[in-house]
Design a protein around this ligand. Structure first.
Ligand SMILES: NC(=O)c1ccc[n+]([C@@H]2O[C@H](COP(=O)([O-])OP(=O)(O)OC[C@H]3O[C@@H](n4cnc5c(N)ncnc54)[C@H](O)[C@@H]3O)[C@@H](O)[C@H]2O)c1
Length: 355
């Protein structure tokens, strides 16, 4: 029987573009699987992933073929390959608080009627829903979490809205025995991973870290969105907490996006600065610059998360999955360090860990 994973996505933005282009790229360039941490998981290769439904509200995306919609000019992820049309049309979900603040200046909401999202998910045969909505769209994220519950499919929350880490939502998914992972996707080789990794090495070598920041600039839509004051604070808190949790809050830390520069497109440029003290109080200072592409960077983590969820579905395991959450997200329900997170994930995949 064909091994196949049916995935739906809410929010046809830069992550969706990175994921879809990645899926199609890897179908014909299997050698590129070497860039993933897990080329195959429980015999699920990357070519088993199929996108079967998609939802958005943007007039330039709704009603379009999905493989055309990901290249709408507002998405800044570069075009890595030419795609033939998919057989998925982007459907209109309810707007709720999805388009507010600065986003409302640049996105025109489609006047197509809202579809019944839960019914559409059922009809599509999707086994899981990826939620890739803008930061701060709390009501809209909760709407899609509820739709996943109603359609009895797993929910992957890429956004910083607390769903997997919220006891109420966690209980709902646990009671329904439906897999839930989140919150706030962690890019495969992004600023948070690098920052945590360097701080870990320094600590292991006995350096007392005093102050550190990781500030980035980007030209992606999500960056424009997170510069609205309330959303900026929201995202910063999640980013700073993920590092504070690894260091028991003993260091002064600032972490977040500091500016939107349209000409950077989907590139994110992070600046890292670390100040610590070592033997007999001598100072140590580190300055680093990291440049990445946002959409593909987040999508690379999703390849492992999607296949992890499929393994959970096959084992009939539901509720928040702490191993996948700790491995792939910045605000998981249970924090652990990077080494443990990788161990937990691998144990979950090989069956020696239940959730
Ligand atoms: N590397 C990464 O890209 C990365 C890493 C970590 C977390 N995240 C998180 O992932 C989420 C998505 O990131 P992105 O860069 O793809 O964002 P994006 O701004 O490029 O795309 C968001 C999409 O959601 C759509 N949308 C808005 N309201 C909607 C609604 N009610 N229903 C359906 N669609 C709606 C928008 O029209 C847009 O197409 C963000 O919350 C971000 O914080 C991304």
């Amino acid at each position: 029987m064909e091994k196949r994973i049916n995935v739906a996505i809410a929010g046809v933005g830069n992550i969706a573009s990175g994921l879809i282009q990645g899926v199609e790229y890897l179908r014909t360039n299997e050698d590129s699987c070497k860039y993933l941490l897990h080329p195959s998981m429980a015999n699920y290769g990357v070519n088993t992933i199929h996108i079967v439904a998609a939802f958005d509200v943007d007039k330039t995306k709704v009603g379009k073929d999905l493989y055309e919609a990901i290249f709408a000019p507002i998405n800044s992820t570069p075009k890595f390959l030419e795609l033939s049309p998919s057989d998925v049309i982007v459907e209109k979900g309810p707007v709720l608080d999805g388009i507010t603040g600065t986003l409302a200046d640049v996105i025109e909401v489609s006047d197509a009627p809202d579809v019944d999202v839960a019914q559409s998910l059922k009809d599509s045969g999707a086994e899981m829903l990826i939620c890739a909505l803008p930061t701060g769209a709390e009501k809209a994220v909760e709407f899609y979490a509820q739709a996943a519950l109603e359609a009895e499919i797993a929910f992957i929350n890429c956004t910083p809205t607390f769903i997997a880490s919220d006891p109420l939502w966690a209980r709902k998914f646990r009671q329904a025995n439906i897999p839930l992972v989140g919150d706030d996707l962690q890019s495969l080789y992004g600023g948070t991973v690098l920052h945590k990794g360097i701080l870990e090495i320094l600590s292991e070598q006995g350096i007392r870290i005093k102050d550190t920041y990781q500030l980035d600039v980007s030209g992606g839509l999500e960056t424009l969105n997170t510069l609205d004051d309330d959303r900026k604070a929201y995202k910063r808190t999640v980013k700073e907490n993920t590092i504070k949790n690894a260091f028991q809050g003993q260091i002064n830390i600032a972490s977040g996006t500091s500016d939107y520069l349209e000409f950077l497109g989907n590139r994110r440029i992070g600046h890292f600065w670390i100040y610590g003290e070592t033997f007999i109080g001598t100072p140590i200072k580190i300055d680093i610059r990291l440049e990445t592409q946002d959409g593909p960077n987040g999508a690379a983590t999703l390849f492992d998360v999607i296949r992890g969820i499929k393994i959970a579905i096959n084992r009939a395991v539901g509720g928040p999955l702490s191993s996948i959450c700790a491995y792939g997200f910045k605000a998981p329900p249970v924090y652990t360090d990077r080494h443990n997170a990788h161990t937990w994930f691998n144990e979950f995949v090989n069956g020696s860990r239940i959730i």
